[in-house]
Every structure is written in C-alpha cells, then in structure tokens.
Design a protein around this ligand. Structure first.
Ligand SMILES: Cc1ncc(COP(=O)(O)O)c(C=O)c1O
Length: 364
C-alpha cells in the first residue's frame, strides 16, 4: 500500500480531526454551544446575498475574491493586494504552514494555543513545539522566545486565544514582534478580533506594515456569523501574500460565501449589535457561573473556559454529559490537556438561562 505523506507519529493529540458536528434530532432542539459559533446568526442582508447567488450555481466564483478583498481593504484601510481570502481562516493557517515549514522544521505556539496550529504543523511533517503559558493561561512571550531554535520557522499566536479566551496585551505583542528574529514567520490569529473591548487588546493589523514576517488572519465565522460558509482572510507583506496565493486552492472561497461576506461587512450595525449583546450575555454567564461556585477564566470573546472542581462528582467530563442529557452541547477541552475545563459559547439570553439552570442542578 502507498504510504501516506503525512508522517503518522505527528497525528495530533487534539482530537480536532475527529470532530463531528451535532445537529438537532428531527423535531427536537439542541443548544449547541460547543464550537464558538455566534449565537446571533448572520446579518439578514448576508443571508439574502447568499440566497441570491445560490440561484446561479453554474457560474464559477471569482478566484481572486476581488470584490471582497477590495471591501476588506476599504473597511480596514489596508491595501487589498496584501489581502488573501481563504476557505475559512483555517485554510490560510494551513497555507502558511505549507509555504514556510518542512519536515525537520519547528512550528512554535503557546501550550494552550488553538488546536489547528499543531494540526497544520503535522500536515507538513514539521515538529510542533509548545511553549509554557503564564499561570493565568495567557501567552508567555518570554517562554515563546526562549523556545525559539535555529529550526523554528513559524510562530502562531491566537489573540484572543481559543480555548482559553484570554488576550495577550498590546505591549506584549509589540515585544514579541520586535524581538522575534525577522526570518521567522509570526502569525497573529485574530479570529475573535471583533469581540474584545479591553483597551489593551490589539488585532495585530498595525504590525504588518514595514515588516516582512508578520501576517494576521481574520475570519467571517465568528462575529459576522458566517461559519457555515467558510470565509477567512489574511493580511500580510506583499511577498508572503504572493506566495500564499500560489499555494491556496483556486476558487477556494465559493461564490455564495464571497457574496455573503461582502454583505456582512457592509452591515456594521448588525456586527455592533452582536458585539454588544454577546458582551452582556458573557458577563451574565460569567457572574452566574461564579455564583454557582464555578471558576470561568476571564474571557473576552463569544465563549468562556470554565474550570470545574476536582471532586469526583463534579468533574468537567461529568458536567458535559449532564448538559448533553439536557440537550446542551459544550466542549470538553481534555484533548487540549485541559482536563478540568469545559468550553461553552455565549448563548442567547434564554440559552444562558438554560446553561445556568442545568449547571445549578449539576452542582448540588
Ligand atoms: C483561534 C481560531 N483561529 C482560527 C479559527 C478558524 O476559523 P475559521 O476557519 O472558521 O475561519 C478558529 C475557529 O474556531 C479559532 O478558534
């Protein structure tokens, strides 16, 4: 049998590849808070644009996503030539790994960093290296810098990070950008950039100008609520974007997705409402969990990472099963090595009520 090119010893310990999307049973309901999706849906204008383009399936999409890149450029005041669109930002993380890392190279990221960082490293046969984080589950810039070797090719940092929800303050991002050797690609994954209100937060976009090695990834999956359509983008130095364009799939962003993303970007009032209402419900969830004696990390986006007690009756795994029996799906982060935690998206008001009521019963 032909051997796979992917070296199996690198198969990830994240479980991400085995992930399955649960859908509500026929006639039943399911509150799915497991995948950091937006509970607020998408702009009606984006849904309508998708519907209209779906009427013309015989025509290929624009392979350069031109109109969308121009709209992103105008909205963020950046050069559209320095923007590449992807089939979700996950495709672009993968493209970066395929462009810049080979077997024998090292891909570095924080210990509790986004699971796909390890997966994209594995796909190209590079070695995933994890740097310790602070005791507060925040990216530790000194630990990252100390883990750099002559083999390091890429450093990935998600800010805010998934699954922790924590942010790396701007001063620390600046220190990382300025200290990392410039031959190493630094990927600032800003998938949740639409959410944080913390004045210390930076989406990283300002670090791209004048550098050859810093690239920022963004997505329409989270705040804009287009996860099903798979639209992400990256902003980077012209030379990097050129190389990435040769490696990505042709027509990687389908036409329905391009139209929907364009309309979503144009509907900023919708995004503002999502941001505002997510923050209100996140605070309510955070406080409600605290009142139950649970300890969520101080999240900044549309999910919280909740620590469960060590006592055998109230473990994170038991909580996840208990919630599932009530039709509520949350994510047990054991595959990350975060055994004692559950990650829960911020739901609509009635969904937050349901989570708090169920966990109230669980914790008695
Ligand atoms: C930190 C982070 N980066 C990137 C992604 C990928 O998002 P998408 O491929 O939907 O753009 C996710 C998805 O959950 C994420 O949490």
């Amino acid at each position: 049998m032909t051997q796979p090119i992917v070296p199996t010893p690198y198969l990830p310990d994240t479980g991400a590849l085995g992930m399955r999307k649960l859908m509500p049973p026929p006639g039943g309901t399911l509150i799915d808070l497991s995948l950091n999706e937006s509970s607020w849906g998408a702009s009606p204008a984006a849904v309508e644009a998708a519907r209209a383009r779906a009427e013309v399936p015989s025509r290929y999409p624009d392979p350069m996503s031109t109109a969308l890149r121009e709209a992103i450029g105008a909205h963020h005041a950046i050069d559209p030539e320095q923007v590449i669109c992807g089939n979700g930002s996950e495709e672009l993380l993968d493209v970066i790994a395929r462009c810049y890392a080979r077997p024998g190279d090292e891909v570095l990221f924080p210990r509790w960093g986004f699971a796909q960082f390890g997966v994209v490293a594995m796909r190209v046969g590079a070695t995933a290296v994890k740097a310790e984080e602070t005791a507060g589950y925040v990216t530790d810039v000194d630990a990252l810098l100390a883990a750099v070797t002559e083999r390091t090719r890429i450093v990935f940092v998600a800010n805010p990070n998934n699954p922790t929800g924590t942010i790396l303050p701007e001063a620390e991002v600046t220190r990382l950008v300025e200290t990392l050797p410039p031959h190493i690609v630094l990927v600032l994954d800003s998938a949740y950039a639409e959410y944080p209100e913390d004045p210390e937060y930076t989406d990283g976009m300002a670090y791209v100008a004048g550098r050859q090695n810093v690239v920022v990834t963004r997505t329409f999956s989270k705040g804009y609520g287009l996860a099903a359509l798979r639209v992400g983008w990256a902003y980077g130095p012209p030379a990097m974007i050129r190389v990435m364009n040769t490696v990505r799939g042709v027509g990687n962003v389908n036409a329905v997705a391009q139209e929907a993303a364009l309309a979503a970007l144009a509907d900023q009032p919708f995004l503002s409402r999502v941001r505002r209402e997510t923050a209100v419900e996140r605070t309510r969830l955070f406080q409600g969990l605290g009142a139950l004696g649970l300890a969520p990390l101080r999240g900044t986006c549309n999910f919280l990472l909740i620590r469960f007690p060590a006592d055998t009756n109230h473990t994170a795994a038991a909580a996840r099963r208990f919630l599932l029996d009530r039709g509520i799906v949350v994510n047990h982060t054991a595959p990350y090595g975060l055994d004692g935690f559950v990650r829960c998206s911020v739901g609509l008001p009635q969904e937050v009520d349901a989570v708090l009521a169920a966990l109230g019963d669980f914790m008695v």
